[in-house]
Design a protein around this ligand. Structure first.
Ligand SMILES: [Zn+2]
Length: 416
């Protein structure tokens, strides 16, 4: 899997919370994913799972494991999903049905699926009938990208294998003149066709990338591919199948789209750290974060402020949150049992997350604790603060490790 998991999980969570006031049956998976033009398979799966969790929580859908039930694969509509799961789960609990009858129930829901995999660092996306997985560690060669997927895996006649590979011009190309570079690209493209049985020069996609279309055989299967040059890259799209190969190949290559190239630059971290923004919270509180915190609807809190430090590589995005509960009255004026109850609830929460330790703050508080934990592949650092009137949860979340300095800068900047 490596880098393909996305920080989007957090962003989904944030978006989910934004949308959570609506009846979940009126929502679609896009309420959970956001309305980007293209989404990755992981993001889509996570969106389905979030949606189902919401439906389960509100009692519209029976409890189940989305991965086990392959919810993303069989997704139709929100109501379609509810019907499918509820009928499957009812079947499962009433009779001890075996797996084969279970699969006859889900058959009607099968439809042609489309998955879009984006490669923003290389400026393209591709639509496939199956999710693509990183297979670069399964093969030799100096690939920037080596992704593959299979359809009809259990049907030897229909099985199809899809592959996307990207390689780069050799490092020395920078020193070449434009015409020398062109010649070098031509030569490398031609070399790439040597192993094929037939090859014809083509212009690929609306952008007229220079390349070759090739056919050959591979372990008794027919193979059709295209290789073309885009800037300093060579992109190779291949389909292997003995079933409607031309049709599959055309669909696959038509699913190629040039998108904006996002350069991964290492300066992002510097700007992140230097550009502290002072954000106003409720009751005159202020907090510094490297991004703007926007007020957000979150039914679990009285006030929620959230912001994302976007980076070129979405894997490096960092989410900052200030989640606030407004106590019904001043803590010091509460009866002792209420005070004890609130404190014990907060401690229970901390304990459930992991090892916690006292935190030192620059703002008056009754108590404050830090806790670090990892959930669903995301790292969290949280400072929980009890004050006279508010309970704060100041959270930094990221796919990668969160350095203590960033976290400290955040929670210690809370002031009034
Ligand atoms: Zn599900």
């Amino acid at each position: 899997m490596k880098k393909s998991m996305k920080i989007y999980v957090i962003i989904i969570a944030v978006l989910t919370l934004v949308a959570s006031c609506k009846d979940p049956r009126e929502k679609t998976v896009w309420d959970y994913i956001g309305d980007d033009q293209t989404v990755s398979m992981e993001r889509f799966e996570d969106g389905i799972e979030e949606m189902h969790k919401d439906l389960i929580k509100h009692g519209y859908m029976k409890n189940h494991d989305c991965r086990e039930m392959e919810c993303a694969k069989y997704h139709t509509t929100t109501n379609g999903d509810i019907e499918r799961i509820n009928s499957l789960m009812a079947d499962n609990s009433n009779t001890n049905k075996n797996h084969s009858s279970y699969s006859t129930v889900k058959e009607p829901f099968i439809q042609e699926k489309k998955f879009v995999k984006e490669f923003p660092e290389h400026g393209f996306s591709i639509e496939t009938p199956c999710p693509l997985k990183d297979v670069s560690n399964q093969s030799d060669g100096d690939f920037l990208v080596n992704y593959a997927g299979t359809t009809d895996e259990n049907d030897d006649k229909k099985i199809a294998f899809y592959q996307v590979m990207v390689t780069r011009l050799p490092v020395g190309y920078n020193n070449l003149s434009a015409s020398e570079r062109e010649k070098m690209i031509d030569r490398l493209l031609e070399e790439a066709t040597y192993k094929s049985e037939s090859a014809k020069p083509i212009r690929f996609s609306y952008d007229n990338y220079k390349g070759y279309e090739m056919t050959s055989h591979h372990n008794g299967y027919k193979q059709k591919g295209v290789i073309f040059s885009k800037e300093n890259l060579f992109i190779c799209l291949t389909v292997i199948s003995n079933d409607k190969l031309d049709e599959k190949f055309n669909k696959f290559t038509n699913g190629f789209k040039t998108i904006k190239t996002i350069k991964s630059d290492n300066n992002t971290k510097e700007t992140e750290k230097s550009s502290g923004i002072t954000n106003s919270l409720v009751y005159g509180y202020k907090i510094n974060a490297p991004c703007k915190l926007l007020k957000d609807q979150d039914y679990r809190y009285d006030y929620a402020y959230k912001g994302v430090v976007e980076t070129a590589n979405p894997d490096n995005a960092v989410v900052y949150m200030a989640l606030i509960v407004d106590l019904p009255m001043k803590f010091s004026e509460m009866i002792e049992s209420d005070k004890a109850q609130i404190k014990s609830n907060l401690m229970e929460y901390l304990k459930s997350k992991g090892k916690y330790e006292k935190a030192t703050l620059n703002t008056t508080n009754i108590f404050a604790y830090n806790v670090s934990f990892r959930e669903d592949g995301i790292n969290y650092k949280e400072c929980m603060i009890l004050t006279e009137k508010l309970v704060f949860e100041l959270i930094v979340a990221a796919k990668q490790n969160i350095d203590n300095k960033s976290f400290e800068d955040f929670y210690k900047s809370l002031s009034k």
